[in-house]
Design a protein around this ligand. Structure first.
Ligand code: SAH
Length: 605
């Protein structure tokens, strides 16, 4: 029971809202606050007090016995802005209660205890839908209780907040381990759901043997004939493609009902349906189009010859005559599922429709993420989201350092030193190929003189690739220098480690002749000191000695420095590895100490 205590009218309104939301779970304690809180504290296993934290602390301090015995206490402020888990965060369930109260009142839950679950995505924040006993399992996670993970296959998920096993490795091991038949993709749920609980193969399944907590990553629903005793959450991967065929004029309701029945009879979860699929002749069949819309998934279409080429268990003469393929539902499901797909529900029929379901094999996900030039607020929110979304991060150690605080517990970090580009690219792709969600990180933009091209050169079409742009050094520098890139410009790397100097020099010459503003990346290092003066001399052949040049060191980092000088006056000694040099074109001027390359607007001339 949750005891509710308030001192003011606003507090009383908060009590009413919680009581209305949870009539069975709550009890109001009226009267003077000291007395009300004392009684609630003694009689309830949780208390929500609409009082200042200080008042609650003073009132309950004399009542405290022990962590195990005391109720969990949540304090909510007058304005219902914050729900503070004050006492009994884990044992008393105050952390979970603060979240729940926050959800009802629109208040921010304030949680100050540290657990492994803190910083991990909530079960409702995973990229795939979750269903089942979310409240109980979330509470278990916050309490630090063990939560067993069961994954049919490795899906590209963030580190799951399970304790104590490392989630992704466990899933991968199970997937390949013949000693754990309950976790092989084909029969995972069957054995987990139906095996005799005494079966040794199943003893790891705490949910099945004794009221434990479990997190299942599966498209299967538990067999109703063998209910589980524990609390389970089911994360539904986007694994199922439903093939549908239909006669002209079929209604959406009939298609939807048939799809539901086909899934239910095969023990498959509707939330895992990721697409409907059919023959192209039916691409505009209103009932099928509407069914896909109602399900909230795309409709994939395939031509009859492609469908006819698919081997299916239940070919038939009717569709062959009507649309030119002996199978629509089964063949479209299989084609929709793609390479490695398998039929998991054979064709079912209704009066005017057919449906069948195929399962896709998971595809790993490679996110190529630019972190920006250094400052946290120059990293895009999308880059931060991708870091939370991944379970493996691959990058140069110094870039990993740049974002270490953002990486959730359980994230695997594969960092390497300078020069190991090929190895990093290969590692990132291999991890994605193994089914993981991988973030390959780089400073600035990860596609600019960075990891995107070596990685994508390695990658085949068996993984998904997502690019997140970042603020590249040239832009971070330009913002400090003024407006040097107001007209056509080019970036040139002066590193001749991988590019012959002749090629670099030819490009510098071309930029000089074309009067482009030039930003030099990798302008100078300890071992490479003559390239920058040489490149500048090529530009000087086409530009005046007083052409503005910007030198920016460590843009947006604590040791940031920048200066605007000229072609004649630039001292290469001011330039190092963490510097970009931007040379103006013949129109670039210095205005109030800032570089300005005119856009060429007529009204400005
Ligand atoms: N992907 C990065 C570039 C990598 S090449 C980007 O998009 O910015 C490395 C070179 O980038 C360095 O030698 C330096 O010339 C430049 N650079 C990277 N970060 C910088 C920063 N914060 N300030 C100045 N130059 C930087």
């Amino acid at each position: 029971m949750i005891g509710l205590v308030a001192a003011t009218a606003a507090g009383a309104r908060g009590c009413e809202r919680l009581a209305a939301a949870w009539p069975e779970r709550t009890r109001r304690y009226e009267g003077g606050v000291r007395d009300a809180l004392t009684r609630a504290f003694a009689e309830c296993d949780q208390v929500v007090a609409f009082l200042a934290t200080g008042a609650v602390v003073r009132l309950v301090a004399p009542l405290l016995v022990s962590k195990a015995a005391d109720p969990g206490v949540v304090a909510v402020d007058e304005a219902h802005r914050h729900a503070v888990a004050l006492l009994g965060g884990h044992a008393g369930g105050a952390n979970a209660l603060a979240r729940e109260v926050g959800a009802v009142l629109g208040a921010e839950p304030v949680i100050t205890t540290a657990t492994d679950a803190v910083g991990l995505p909530g079960l409702d924040a995973l990229p795939y839908p979750a269903e089942g006993d979310l409240a109980a399992v979330t509470r278990a996670l916050l309490d630090g209780a063990p939560v067993a993970l069961h994954a049919d296959a490795t899906w590209p998920l963030p580190p799951l907040p399970v304790t104590p096993a490392a989630p992704d490795d466990t899933a991968a091991d199970r997937e390949t381990s013949p000693a754990a038949p309950e976790h092989t993709p084909a029969n995972a749920a069957d054995t987990a759901d139906t095996a005799d609980p005494a079966d040794t193969a199943d003893t790891a399944d705490t949910a099945a043997i004794g009221g434990g907590f479990a997190l299942h990553v599966t498209d299967r629903v538990p067999d109703p004939a063998h209910p589980r005793s524990g609390h389970a959450v089911y994360v539904r991967p986007p694994s199922l493609v439903v093939g549908v065929g239909a006669s002209r004029g079929v209604g959406a309701a009939e298609v939807v009902a048939l799809v539901r029945r086909t899934l239910a009879e095969s023990g498959l979860a509707g939330k895992s349906v990721t697409a409907l699929a059919t023959v192209d002749a039916k691409r505009d069949e209103p009932g099928i189009v509407a069914a896909a819309a109602e399900w909230g998934v795309p409709l994939l279409v395939f031509d009859a010859p492609s469908l006819a080429a698919v081997a299916v268990p239940n070919p038939s003469a009717a569709p062959l005559a009507a649309v030119g393929t002996p199978s629509v539902a089964e063949a479209a499901a299989l084609l929709g599922a793609g390479r490695g797909g398998e039929l998991v529900a054979q064709k079912r029929k209704s009066a005017m429709a057919t449906a069948a379901v195929a399962r896709r094999t998971p595809r790993g996900r490679l996110a190529v993420v630019g972190l920006g030039p250094g400052a946290r607020d120059l990293m895009t929110p999308r880059a931060a989201a991708e870091l939370r979304r991944a379970s493996v991060v691959v990058g140069l150690d110094q870039y990993v350092d740049q974002v270490r605080d953002l990486l959730p517990p359980g994230m695997r970090v594969l960092e390497s030193g300078l020069g190991a580009e090929e190895e990093r690219a290969r590692t990132a792709v291999a991890q994605a190929r193994a089914g993981h969600a991988v973030a390959l990180i780089g400073s600035g933009d990860a596609g600019v003189y960075a990891m995107a091209s070596p990685a994508l050169a390695e990658a085949a079409d068996d993984i998904d690739v997502v690019g997140v742009p970042g603020v590249t050094a040239a832009l971070a520098a330009a913002a400090l220098l003024g407006a040097p890139l107001g007209h056509d410009h080019v970036a040139i790397s002066l590193s001749d480690l991988h590019t012959p100097w002749e090629v670099i020099e030819r490009r510098v010459r071309a930029a000089a002749e074309a009067d482009l503003v030039v930003t030099f990346y990798n302008p100078r290092s300890r071992g490479r000191d003559w390239q920058l003066p040489k490149a500048l001399s090529v530009l000087a052949g086409h530009r005046r000695p007083d052409t503005p040049v910007g030198v920016v060191h460590a843009a947006s980092r604590p040791d940031e420095r920048h200066a605007v000088t000229t072609l004649a006056e630039l001292d290469p000694a001011d330039v190092d590895m963490v510097t970009v040099v931007t040379v103006g074109n013949t129109a670039t001027r210095t205005v109030a100490g800032r570089m300005v390359t005119p856009r060429g607007y007529r009204w400005q001339s």
